[in-house]
Design a protein around this ligand. Structure first.
Ligand SMILES: NC(=O)c1ccc[n+]([C@@H]2O[C@H](COP(=O)([O-])OP(=O)(O)OC[C@H]3O[C@@H](n4cnc5c(N)ncnc54)[C@H](O)[C@@H]3O)[C@@H](O)[C@H]2O)c1
Ligand SMILES: O=C(O)C1=N[C@H](C(=O)O)CCC1
Length: 240
């Protein structure tokens, strides 16, 4: 477990210890020696966007499969990981911005709705100790919406705003506006809003506790053993 002292890492370590078919081989946090993971079949990374690429390079070099929940993956980063894996046939890496079943379903439902609505925006809401914004889930959702809209031949819906305070309309990811809220008391939440003629549709998911991510992480650990190459998104493991 990489990031073992963190909010997610400590929860994953407990979940692995509670799983009858798994054994926690070693834990590593910042500044600690990664070689204590060298005997592991699978390493799980919940660290920091600035640390994860170096960890992944180490794991792939040492023929250790990886399940990664850490955010911050751009298409460039994913391409780099594919390059590292190219020389390692049989080795698998699973990277998922969100391991909660409901979050994955919400993204899939949003993808289905996107072709019917030119206008869509994403609001993500998280605890105020989160390092990055927008969330990896929201960035992934925005890209999925944009792709579904493109495939349906839809242009982004009209927006008459001509004057605004910087940031008031959120960040543009692939032509989809994403808004980030940070508050103590929250865990991880996302709303995908669609607007059409005289109606709106809202799809919302709430993780109330970090245990919500554990079934997905444990499934990922089991599945990465039989999935060579790079898999991006739990939706591919769940075959949604
Ligand atoms: N995919 C998902 O379902 C999901 C769910 C929750 C959080 N996350 C993501 O997981 C990441 C961690 O979130 P968190 O809330 O647990 O953060 P956190 O700050 O509580 O924990 C991160 C831990 O990683 C450690 N760390 C930093 N650099 C390291 C390194 N090089 N090697 C080993 N450990 C290192 C830190 O010391 C810390 O203990 C974030 O990117 C977050 O967005 C993803
Ligand atoms: O708590 C976090 O940090 C989370 N990060 C992921 C993201 O950025 O999408 C998943 C939800 C929780």
């Amino acid at each position: 477990m990489l990031g073992a002292q963190g909010r997610m890492g400590s929860t994953v370590a407990n979940a692995v210890e509670g799983a009858a078919d798994m054994k926690l081989v070693g834990t590593v946090d910042a500044g600690e020696d990664r070689s204590r993971l060298d005997e592991a079949e699978v390493a799980v990374d919940f660290t920091h966007p600035e640390a994860v690429m170096d960890n992944l390079r180490y794991l792939i070099e040492h023929d250790i499969r990886a399940v990664v929940g850490t955010t911050g993956f751009t298409e460039d980063r994913l391409e780099t990981v594919r390059g590292w894996l190219a020389g390692k046939p049989g080795l698998g890496v699973l990277i998922a911005p969100n391991f909660a079943l409901g979050a994955v379903l919400a993204m899939r439902f949003a993808q289905q709705a996107a072709r019917f609505y030119a206008s869509a925006e994403v609001i993500e809401l998280h605890h105020n100790r989160k390092a990055d914004a927008p969330s990896g889930t929201a960035a992934h959702t925005a890209r999925l919406l944009a792709r579904a809209r493109r495939e349906a031949g839809l242009e982004p819906g009209p927006d008459a705003t001509t004057s605004e305070v910087d940031g008031a309309r959120g960040a543009l990811i692939d032509d989809v506006r994403v808004h980030a809220v940070r508050l103590p008391g929250l865990v991880a939440h996302e709303e995908i809003l669609f607007g059409g003629e005289g109606e709106t549709l809202t799809i919302r998911h709430d993780s109330m506790d970090r245990t919500s991510f554990m079934p997905g992480v444990l499934l990922g650990v089991r599945e990465v053993l039989r999935r060579p190459g790079l898999t991006v998104g739990l939706e591919n493991v769940l075959e949604l």
